[in-house]
Design a protein. Structure first.
Length: 277
């Protein structure tokens, strides 16, 4: 196994014996400057077919959370009919890390579709509950029951993204247009190679996917929705502009829940230091 790029001290990008790119995890695998050969005994975990945009996520994700996400995706692959690729490990880990942060800040989001998900997607919901349990057991953090539903939705979206890749180019064009709207409204330049932008792109992919299937989520988070609107008027105005754009492109109107998530992600993206004003 030949290391060609280090992500951090414990994660590297390698080429295997067939010259196929693979992300490897192992204690100290990234200490040496590449390129170099690494002993297979030092590799604890491998991930194939990881999109380059998600590599930036790894730097800011807790190793414990990646481990939990990996276990959940492994279970999903065994139990679900549709495939779930390696990218889901890192997007799910990012979701869990953000969910933990929200819980610690007492910003819990209601999910009124919880009972519908339990009825229609029993396996995904079972896996979601397992994720919440693992967070409790390993990190001693008690996530609200709704988070099992959000993990289930994450897996459902991941399955659909693998089933429908024909619209990927159109999605990329729309996401780029949305990014340019944000840059214009906030008078900044967004670093598209950064982890935070990768996270934003991931959220937008899911949002676009739900829009195409007319699966917008409605919830009871009205108070939080109104608070965010009042606290961040610039984010609200930008979000409304993006909502109108998506309505024209997809022919459907985003729910308040989707608009809330969009505002949270816009604010999160623009508040980071990787945006150049």
């Amino acid at each position: 196994m030949r290391v060609i790029k280090n992500i951090n001290n414990n994660v590297s990008v390698c080429l295997d014996s067939t010259n196929t790119e693979v992300v490897v995890f192992g204690k100290g695998v990234g200490f040496t400057k590449p390129p170099y050969e690494i002993e297979l005994s030092k590799i604890e975990r491998t991930y194939y077919d990881v999109d380059e945009t998600y590599l930036h996520m790894i730097k800011e994700l807790s190793p414990q959370i990646i481990e939990i996400a990996t276990q959940i995706v492994d279970e999903a692959r065994m139990k679900l009919e549709n495939s779930v690729n390696s990218n889901t490990v890192f997007t799910l880990a990012d979701h869990l890390q953000f969910a933990i942060k929200r819980t610690q800040e007492h910003m819990n989001l209601k999910l009124p579709l919880l009972h519908d998900i339990e009825y229609l997607f029993q396996i995904e919901m079972e896996i979601g509950k397992r994720a919440v349990q693992l967070v409790k057991e390993r990190l001693h953090i008690f996530l609200p029951s709704e988070e099992a539903g959000y993990v289930a939705l994450h897996l459902i979206n991941a399955e659909k993204m693998n089933q429908n890749k024909a619209h990927q180019n159109m999605d990329e064009e729309m996401i780029e247009a949305i990014t340019e709207m944000i840059e214009t409204d906030f008078a900044l330049t967004i670093d598209r190679s950064n982890f935070n932008y990768s996270r934003f792109v991931s959220h937008m992919h899911y949002l676009l996917k739900r829009g195409k299937f007319n699966e917008q989520i409605n919830s009871e988070n009205k108070q939080l929705y109104q608070t965010i609107q009042a606290t961040y008027p610039k984010v609200r105005d930008c979000s409304l502009k993006i909502c109108r754009y998506l309505e024209e492109k997809l022919g459907c109107r985003l729910s308040e829940e989707e608009s809330l998530y969009l505002m949270l992600h816009i604010n999160r993206l623009c508040a980071r230091e990787d945006c150049y004003r």
